[in-house]
Design a protein around this ligand. Structure first.
Ligand SMILES: [Zn+2]
Length: 100
């Protein structure tokens, strides 16, 4: 995954500016990470009435209530990132889909 430098104050909804991007949860102690689809995270937040598009990445990080499966610490960071295998044509297709 290639992180997108939006900063922790960016809302989850910023993913719309980066079609095809994922929400990457990573442990800053050992670099374990897991990618999520932003749409799924937003849907889950809405379900829990815990936020949505406007929720900043930093707030999302605070909601993680479990320890890192590798190092057992809780030093999480959420950021937007590009999957390594993302095809530029797929990016254009998604960008058009979002516009329409
Ligand atoms: Zn860890």
């Amino acid at each position: 995954m290639r992180p997108i430098p939006t900063g922790a104050t960016a809302p989850i909804g910023a993913y719309l500016k980066y079609p095809g991007s994922r929400l990457l949860l990573s442990c800053s102690a050992c670099s374990w990470s897991k990618a999520y689809r932003p749409e799924a995270v937003i849907a889950r937040l809405r379900q829990l009435r815990g936020g949505g598009h406007d929720t900043p990445l930093a707030d999302l990080t605070r909601r993680v209530g479990w320890n890192c499966p590798r190092c057992s610490r809780m030093r999480w960071r959420f950021e937007l990132a590009w999957p390594d295998d993302l095809d530029p044509r797929e990016v254009r297709r998604l960008a058009n889909q979002i516009r329409n």
